[in-house]
Design a protein around this ligand. Structure first.
Ligand SMILES: NC(=O)c1ccc[n+]([C@@H]2O[C@H](COP(=O)([O-])OP(=O)(O)OC[C@H]3O[C@@H](n4cnc5c(N)ncnc54)[C@H](OP(=O)(O)O)[C@@H]3O)[C@@H](O)[C@H]2O)c1
Length: 303
C-alpha cells in the first residue's frame, strides 16, 4: 500500500515535471487560450479581458473560426490546435442529457492535444453539473470550477430581457430568493483562474452579495429604469405550454422546466464567498448593475 502511494506520488511528480517541460517548450505565441461559448454572456467578457492582457485567444462557438460545435466532434481538433488553457462554458446547460458525455469527450481530447489548464463554468445546485465538474477535476491537469448562481444579465441580454421590456417578468417561480451574480464578476474570476497561479483545484461558488426574489428584482429594475416592471407568477403548466408555443427547441423547453421545477426550490438561497476568495474584493450588487444597464439604454422601449 505504502509502495503504491509513493510510486503514485513519484509518477505524478514526474508527470508534473513533464508537463512543465512541455509547457516551456511551446513557443509562447502558440499558447492559445480557448474560450468555449466565446460569443455568449460570460465567454465574450472572458475573451475581451484575455485580449486586453495580450493573451493569444481563440473564440470557440458555432460562429467562430474555425467553427466549434458541441454536437460535432469533428470540429474539436482544429479548435484545440496550439491551445494550452481553456474556458469551458457549455451550451445550453451542463444539466441537459448528454452534457456529461460531451464534456468527457472534449476534456479527453483537450488533454491529449496539450491543454494544461481547464476552467469550467458550472451551475449551483445542479447535480448533473456537479458530475461534469468531476470530469474536469479528474482530467489530470490544472482545473478550477466557477460554480455560478443565476446571472444578473439574464434580465438584460438573456432569456428574460423581452419580459422586462414588456413590463412583466412572467415566470413559474415562487418568490424564492436567489443571490444572483454579475457576469462581469464571473469573467474576472475565470480570467484570474486562466492566467494567474493560486487557483488550481479551487471550486469558486460565485454569487452576488445579497439575495433577491423575482419581485425584488422587478422592483430594482423599475427603480433604476424609471419604468414599471412587475413580477407575475404563473402556474408551471401555463409556462410549459407558453415555451412550446414560442417554438423554443425541445432541449430549451426541458431546461427551463428543470430550472424552475427542480433547481429553484430554495436550495441555493444562501450567499457564497467565491468572488471574494478568487479576487479579494466584494461582488457587484444588483442595484449597481441595474443602474449601469438603465444608463446604457437597454431597458428603453424602442420608439
Ligand atoms: N444564465 C444563468 O443564469 C446561468 C447560471 C449559472 C450557470 N450558467 C451556465 O452558463 C452556461 C452558458 O454560458 P453563457 O451564459 O456565457 O452563454 P450564452 O450567453 O448562453 O451563449 C451560449 C454560447 O455558446 C455558444 N453555443 C451555443 N450552442 C453551441 C453549440 N452547439 N456548440 C458550440 N457552441 C455553442 C454560443 O455561440 P454560437 O451561437 O455562435 O454557437 C454562445 O457563445 C451554461 O452552461 C449554463 O449552465 C448559466
Amino acid at each position: 500500500m505504502v509502495d503504491t502511494v509513493s510510486i503514485d506520488t513519484v509518477s505524478s511528480k514526474q508527470q508534473e515535471r513533464a508537463m512543465e517541460t512541455e509547457m516551456n517548450s511551446i513557443d509562447s505565441s502558440e499558447r492559445i487560450t480557448l474560450v468555449l461559448g466565446g460569443t455568449g454572456k460570460t465567454g465574450r467578457r472572458v475573451a475581451e479581458r484575455l485580449k486586453t492582457r495580450g493573451i493569444p485567444t481563440r473564440i470557440a462557438s458555432r460562429s467562430g473560426t474555425p467553427a466549434f460545435d458541441w454536437n460535432d466532434q469533428g470540429t474539436w481538433e482544429a479548435a484545440l490546435d496550439g491551445v494550452t488553457a481553456a474556458y469551458i462554458a457549455y451550451a445550453p446547460d451542463l444539466a441537459i442529457p448528454g452534457a456529461k458525455e460531451a464534456i468527457h469527450g472534449f476534456v479527453e481530447k483537450a488533454v491529449k492535444q496539450g491543454v494544461q489548464r481547464l476552467v469550467l463554468l458550472s451551475g449551483r445546485g445542479e447535480e448533473e453539473a456537479q458530475l461534469c465538474e468531476r470530469v474536469v477535476q479528474d482530467a489530470g491537469v490544472e482545473w478550477t470550477v466557477v460554480r455560478a448562481s443565476w446571472f444578473n444579465q439574464n434580465f438584460s441580454e438573456g432569456e428574460f430581457l423581452g419580459m422586462v421590456l414588456e413590463g412583466a417578468i412572467t415566470l413559474p417561480a415562487a418568490d424564492i430568493p436567489e443571490p444572483i451574480v454579475d457576469v462581469d464578476d464571473i469573467a474576472d474570476v475565470a480570467v484570474a483562474a486562466l492566467t494567474e497561479e493560486g487557483h488550481n483545484g479551487e471550486i469558486y461558488e460565485v454569487t452576488g452579495p445579497r439575495m433577491l426574489t423575482f419581485t425584488e428584482v422587478a422592483r430594482e429594475i423599475s427603480h433604476a429604469s424609471g419604468r414599471d416592471v412587475r413580477y407575475v407568477q404563473i402556474p408551471n403548466e401555463a409556462f410549459a405550454s407558453a415555451i412550446v408555443e414560442s417554438g423554443a427547441p425541445e432541449e430549451i423547453a426541458w431546461l427551463l422546466n428543470y430550472l424552475f421545477d427542480t433547481v429553484l426550490d430554495g436550495r441555493n438561497a444562501h450567499v457564497c464567498d467565491g468572488v471574494r476568495r478568487a479576487l479579494g474584493r466584494e461582488p457587484t450588487d444588483f442595484a449597481e448593475y441595474a443602474h449601469r444597464i438603465a444608463a446604457s439604454g437597454v431597458w428603453k422601449l424602442a420608439a
